[in-house]
Design a binder for this molecule. Structure first.
Ligand code: BMA
Length: 858
């Protein structure tokens, strides 16, 4: 199909400029019945009025879903199949057996033709009601991906060009008893290229992603999931399809489009780890003329959020932290990317598993990153339910963007729609304009000549400040807005929204990546106010990789391993980082060598992110040389979009990497952290608890060669203040080693934990005194496990004959998670639980179990 000129359709809600075309509606009488009698609520209602007068009917609107099986054909008609709606072309082709799993081996490149073609979805449907009795009939798309012409009964209704918009077309005059509907897509790649060509005057970089990503160009010219054109952790699958609900709605007089509640206060909603996620079921009834009535069921939550940017004593700059219900909260968590290249595969269960895993790892927040999608309602419902706060980016990332009128109108409608759709969720605590676009201009990522800089700054301010910010402030005053991440916050505003150095540690948030530093060295990290991105890569486990590869791919240097790595030099960087502290695998058995390398990448990643996160947590209460008061740690990234090396702690499919098990500990509400500075060993007590605690610090030192401690220290009466990080132990390293039976750095390892009354206990933490490749005395160990079942849980009784660092339990593809993993085993016996996510058995678990520790790597 040749590229056609399409007429722009009307998105709902209209962009601000188009608002005047909407008839002002008298507010209906409404009555709110709520469990919280004293609830103070602000309601936002958006109602549309029926166009023709006269016909009145009691009851709600007629809704007829057009979900289900559609006819799907490509541009020249050579491929015809059935396609599910909601869905996309790739999943339809796969389901029909016309293509393999798109994630298998090199298929991302092999199947590029799918996205280059122009596909059409069509179907006939009977109108299941007497449409003549209704004043207004609309065809509503909750999401169209992306550029399409919509026709009904051969009449063009309009076009779509923004996957983040909701589109509604008035079909009152064209609907019949039997109808034929067509959604004719244009390739997103061709459209983006065409938009770029049409943009005269100056270029909008970046033109194309780096070749290592094997992606498509000009993603910034289309309002579509930016990472669908490829990313440094993801494949290029620029999908086409009706990706959300589609339906016919008929109504008289009034029709409820958006309904949101903005809470003030009663029983509050709290983030995970800080209290309950109290919510109230609420029924609101709108009673209108002629007995017409609309009933809406919803959940109301109450919480306040403030982003505090104020001077800090002894430090230049401003603070940057969140206060929830008047309580300052240290933000702990990660960054969320789309859970699949094909959104129709992201089910409630997928979301639940990933989000619950975040909460189970003691996270209280996630950032929905700006290169993906505004997530589905279920995502935010779950976050509300389990107390995961959301830093919500608008969908712009790592690029500059155009600001011509059409583009701004489309974005305006998008932002209005998304804010109205999402603002009721207490989990969302911040709107953020984009990912790294302030930094892209400030650090001149795209080598823009100095003389042209102002054009791009003007565009930046136009898009994020004069448009997006204005709309957000008009639609939702209940939560803060920042223009970018990272940003210097108020300081960026002062500097004209693009500050000289958006990574300034004295202001706002920072992103920090350095793969060549020794990640065990905390001094390499910025003492920032808020770390919203940082991380290191690892490979997903062998069982995950196996599903999308074949035998010849199973080596670290295979074409496949290079192909899946989308970050320049990523595989080498991991080996370099591993090499600082571990011996690299040398096995002559290629598969063992591959598995050992995978294991080490995960060990390295876990240890690196642990060190960095602990640094941010222990920096929360101090100002040192003008820096500190760090109040957030969101590592990059929580989840994976496919099976490939990445910064994720959860593999595609939900399996926990060692990092995720480490996160459970390094985000624990009560945690002792050790670090060395100038030959002195410090232990800090870090607490997110709401009250001060008198605790006992227990430090146990082992030689690598024995399961018997060489030195035990118990320090009682240690006060760890509520929500703070305080030094609780300090000793010169020389004294410490001497006191512990002449330990040397190479021969000993330190473990420590905090204990309090009523069973209060921190996880046991460890501090290495040398690189493990230099450790003296580590012995080959016999690790064994016996498995038994207790109700729905499986018990792994572990046994070791010697100290075993980084013990990993892996049950392959059996879905579930362990209570802990990747630990330093210093006792002969240990009990680890396995929580299955689907039915399994003792036999199956025993058969699949692989036990690995560092000493097994040869
Ligand atoms: C940050 C993110 C992503 C990227 C990650 C790792 O810049 O915003 O764009 O995937 O780093 O490189």
């Amino acid at each position: 199909m040749a590229a056609r000129r399409l007429r722009r359709g009307s998105a709902v809600p209209p962009a601000p400029a188009a608002r005047s075309s909407q008839r002002p509606c008298p507010l209906p009488v409404w009555r709110a019945a709520t469990a919280a009698g004293r609830a103070a609520l602000l309601l936002l209602l958006l109602v549309a009025a029926g166009g023709r007068a006269g016909v009145s009917a009691a009851g709600g609107p007629e809704v007829h879903s057009l979900r289900g099986s559609w006819r799907l054909g490509n541009g020249n008609g050579s491929v015809v199949l059935r396609g599910e709606v909601p869905g996309c072309v790739h999943t339809a082709l796969h389901r029909a057996g016309l293509i393999q799993d798109p994630y298998y081996r090199f298929n991302d490149v092999t199947y590029r033709w799918i996205s280059l073609d122009n596909w059409t979805y069509s179907r006939t449907f009977k109108t299941p009601f007497d449409f003549r009795k209704w004043q207004k009939v609309n065809l509503v798309f909750e999401g169209v991906d992306t550029v399409a012409q919509i026709l009904i009964n051969n009449v063009t209704l309009g076009r779509t060009d923004n996957m983040f918009n909701r589109y509604s077309f008035d079909i009152t005059s064209v609907i019949k008893e039997v109808n034929f509907i067509e959604v004719c897509f244009l390739s997103a790649i061709s459209y983006a290229a065409e938009q770029n060509r049409c943009h005269k005057g100056y270029s909008i970089p970046p033109a194309c992603p780096p070749p290592v990503q094997k992606g498509e160009c000009h993603a910034n010219f289309i309002r579509k999931e930016q990472c669908s054109f490829s990313w440094d952790w993801g494949p290029s699958f620029p999908t086409q399809g009706i990706w959300k609900d589609v339906r016919i709605e008929a109504y008289n007089h009034y029709h409820l489009i958006y309904f949101s509640l903005t809470s003030l206060f009663v029983q509050a909603w709290w983030p995970n780890g800080h209290g309950k996620q109290t919510g109230y079921n609420m029924t609101t009834t709108f009673i209108m003329e002629a007995g017409y009535q609309i009933e809406k069921f919803s959940k109301a939550y109450f919480r306040t959020v403030e982003l505090i940017q104020e001077p800090i004593h002894g430090s230049p700059g401003l603070s940057f932290y969140f206060r929830i219900n008047d309580r300052p909260i240290f933000i702990k968590g990660s960054n969320w990317i789309p859970a699949d290249s094909f959104q129709d595969r992201v089910t409630y269960d997928t979301l639940w598993l990933l989000l619950k895993s975040a909460a189970d790892a003691n996270m209280n927040a996630l950032r929905v990153w700006g290169g993906g999608v505004y997530e589905q309602d279920e995502f935010y419902n779950i976050c509300d339910e389990i107390g995961i706060m959301i830093w919500q980016d608008f969908m712009f990332a790592c690029a500059l963007y155009p600001t011509d009128q059409n583009y701004l109108e489309s974005v305006g409608a998008e932002v209005t729609h998304q804010v109205r759709r999402l603002k009721s969720h207490p989990s969302i605590i911040l709107w953020s304009g984009n990912n790294e676009n302030e930094a892209a201009i400030a650090s001149n990522w795209f080598s823009i000549p100095y003389a042209d800089r102002e054009i791009y700054i003007k565009d930046y301010v136009m898009l994020y400040v004069k448009n997006i910010r204005e709309i957000v402030l008009a639609e939702d005053k209940s939560r803060p807005f920042v223009a970018s991440s990272p940003t210097n916050g108020l300081e960026s505003v002062k500097e004209g929204w693009v500050s000289q150095n958006p990574y300034d540690t004295h202001y706002g948030d920072t992103h920090f990546y350095d793969y060549s530093v020794d990640c065990w060295n905390w001094a390499a990290y910025p003492k920032t106010r808020f770390a919203s991105e940082y991380g290191f890569q690892s490979w997903p486990s062998f069982s995950t990789i196996k599903k999308v590869s074949s035998t010849e791919d199973w080596s670290y240097t295979s074409n496949f391993s290079l192909h899946r790595q989308h970050h320049e030099n990523g595989n080498d960087q991991m080996l370099q980082q591993i090499g600082y502290h571990f011996k690299l695998p040398q096995s002559t058995d290629p598969i063992k060598k591959f598995k050992d390398t995978i294991y080490l990448t995960q060990v390295m990643q876990a240890q690196c992110v642990k060190t960095e996160t602990e640094f941010y947590r222990f920096s929360q209460s101090e100002i040192i040389k003008g820096e500190g008061h760090t109040m957030g740690a969101l590592y990059w990234q929580l989840n994976d979009i496919w099976q490939a090396p990445s910064w994720a702690s959860l593999e595609y499919g939900g399996k926990w990497k060692l990092l995720h098990y480490f996160a459970q500990n390094f985000f624990a509400p009560l945690l002792p952290v050790a670090y060395e500075d100038n030959g002195v060993l410090y232990i800090y007590g870090v607490s997110d608890l709401h009250v001060d605690h008198k605790l006992t610090l227990r430090v146990i030192v082992y030689t690598w060669s024995s399961l018997e401690p060489v030195c035990i220290l118990s320090k009682g009466g240690v006060t760890v203040k509520a929500q703070s990080a305080v030094p609780i132990y300090k000793e010169s390293m020389n004294d410490f080693l001497e006191r512990c039976q002449n330990c040397t750095r190479k021969s000993c390892v330190v473990t420590f934990c905090l204990m309090g009354e009523g069973g209060l206990q921190s996880p046991t933490n460890h501090h290495f005194l040398s690189s493990l490749k230099d450790a003296v005395g580590l012995e080959k160990t016999q690790l064994s496990a016996s498995v038994s079942q207790q109700d729905d849980i499986y018990i792994f009784d572990l046994h070791t004959t010697a100290i075993a660092p980084f013990v990993s339990l892996d049950v392959g593809s059996i879905k579930g998670r362990f209570s802990e993993n990747g630990f330093l085993m210093t006792e002969k016996k240990k009990v680890v639980m396995f929580y299955p996510w689907e039915p399994t058995s003792v036999e199956e678990l025993e058969e699949s179990l692989t036990l690995t520790s560092l000493v097994d790597i040869v």
